[in-house]
Structures are given as C-alpha cells and as structure tokens.
Write a protein that binds this ligand. Structure first.
Ligand code: ATR
Length: 270
C-alpha cells in the first residue's frame, strides 16, 4: 500500500516538511510520499480537499493561513483541535474529515528540548492566528503565567485569549512598549524583516522564540538579536520536527525512535 500524505497552505516555497516526512518513510520502511500543495486562492480549499480524497490521500498537514478555515470544514476532531479551534492535520475517513492539532505537542516539545523555564513567567505573544491558538493551548499546562497577546486585530487577540487559563491580556502592538516580560514568542506569519512594531521599548529578560523556522536566524530573531543582544534565541525547528513526528504517527499508526539532534544535523543539515 502506498501512503499518500502532504501539506496545504500558502506560501510554501521554503517548507522542510517533505524532507522530514520522507525521512520518516525511510525510517519505518513505509512506501509513501509527501506532496506540497500551494493553494493561493482560499475559495479553492474545499474543492482541493475533494481532490485529495479522490486521489486516496490519507490526510494532509495544514499550515498558514488555513488552520482556522480548515477547522470549519472538518466534522470530527481530536480533543486539542476541538479546544483550540485550529487544525494543522486532517485525516480522511468514511464519515468525512477528522481534524487534529499536533502543533500543541510540537510547541510543548520545543519548550522541553530547549530548556525553556515557562512556569511563573511573563510572556508576550505576537499574533493571534492558528499557531497562536496552539501556543496558548499548550501554555495551559504550566502554572502562574502572565500573558500579553498582541495582534493587529484586537478582536482576534481577545478570541485567542479566551482559550487561556492564565492571567492574559489582549493588547494592540502600540501598547507593547509598556510591557515587561521574561519571554517573547512570535507566532505571526510575517516572513520578512517587517517587524517595525518591535522598535519599541519593551523590556524582555530571558528568551525570544519564533515559531517559524529557518536555517539560522529567522527574520524575527534577527531583528530581536540586534535590539536585545542578551536574549537566548530559539527558532521553531524543533516544533516543526516534533509536530511532524506526531502527524506521521496519526496517519500511519507507527511510532519509532529517533534522535532529534542527529536528525537536525544529518537530515536537515543545520
Ligand atoms: P498561522 O497558521 O501561521 O498562525 P494565520 O492563522 O494566517 O497563520 O495567522 C497569521 C498571524 O500573523 C495573524 O496573527 C496575523 O495578524 P492579523 O490577525 O492581524 O491578520 C499576523 N500577521 C500576518 N501578517 C502580518 C503583518 N504584516 N503585520 C502584523 N501581523 C501580521
């Protein structure tokens, strides 16, 4: 049997997901392939899902900007996708489409693998889309957090804040300057250095995390490094790999051992 999986979203020019999943296929001796579908027109999303089902796809990953839109097109959910109302993985079945969220596991693993002390910290979150929903849900397992969530649309920030069990405040970007925090986390999909709103006087003590990944510093971490040279910088590569591992497990039912450090050096060549 050939296992057809892939990813939908846009833009997808730099995605590393095919490399990661093709390595998982080799590790498990499963015959399959991972295809990238860059869907620029959101009105074609539903038809694209029909196409994937007709072509016997087991399911696909879903990335920006469709994690919330896809939620509406599923008719069954795992617990975390239902809670966060964001879906980054779908699986087709006889009754329709089941939505999952493996980003939440990925974020949690990113904190653990990078020794980020989350408990009792003050956190600024930038962005209130699908990735932000996963992050805010992942943070619910920690204790005593003060969270500030900033977004262009404050209504979206408030909606994401409603997922949190912590003391969380939705603020516009121009109010960030008065905030004092331990950790800043970028969840926006800005993929250039257009972070003008960060030229502000925030005080950040320990760490900057970008849920985006790149080979080296992401544009966000590059801007942050120049302004806050004392911070520990973490990009989203561990999240990418660990959410992919969980996704592969959901599609194929297979678990296997792998060493993420070896994987990053030898497969992704970081
Ligand atoms: P993802 O699935 O990666 O979270 P998304 O759901 O499309 O992607 O969310 C993208 C996030 O990036 C949103 O918070 C969006 O802000 P708005 O809700 O205000 O649109 C944010 N974003 C994208 N481009 C941006 C820009 N140029 N400036 C500020 N925020 C931006």
């Amino acid at each position: 049997m050939y296992v057809n999986i892939g990813i939908i979203g846009t833009p997808l020019t730099h995605t590393l997901s095919p490399i990661v999943h093709n390595c998982f296929f080799s590790a498990t001796c499963i015959n399959g392939g991972y295809t990238v579908f860059d869907i620029k027109d959101s009105s074609k999303l539903e038809k694209s899902l029909d196409f994937l089902r007709e072509h016997h796809f087991v399911g696909v990953n879903v990335t920006h900007p469709y994690k919330e839109k896809i939620y509406e097109l599923c008719n069954d959910y795992d617990k975390l996708a239902e809670y966060s109302k964001a879906v980054n993985l779908i699986k087709f079945n006889d009754k329709g489409i089941k939505g999952y969220n493996t980003d939440i596991y990925g974020v949690d693993q990113l904190f653990t693998l990078n020794n980020i002390k989350v408990d009792k910290s003050s956190i600024i979150i930038l962005g209130a889309g699908g990735a932000s929903r996963a992050l805010v849900t992942a943070l619910n397992k920690y204790t005593n957090l003060d969270i500030y969530i900033a977004n262009r649309s404050i209504e979206k920030a408030e909606a994401v804040a409603n997922l949190s069990m912590h003391n969380i405040t939705a603020i516009p970007y121009d109010k960030l300057s008065s905030i004092d925090s331990d950790i800043i986390i970028n969840t926006t999909s800005i993929h250039n250095s257009d972070f003008d709103f960060l030229n502000l006087g925030m005080n950040i003590r320990d760490c900057a995390i970008d849920l985006q990944y790149s080979n080296g510093l992401t544009p966000f971490l590059d801007v942050i490094k120049r302004r806050y040279p004392h911070l520990k910088l973490v990009n989203g590569i561990d999240m990418l790999i660990m959410q992919a591992y969980k996704s592969f497990n959901i599609w194929t039912g297979r678990e296997f051992e792998f060493d993420i450090k070896y994987f990053k050096i030898n497969v992704i060549k970081l």
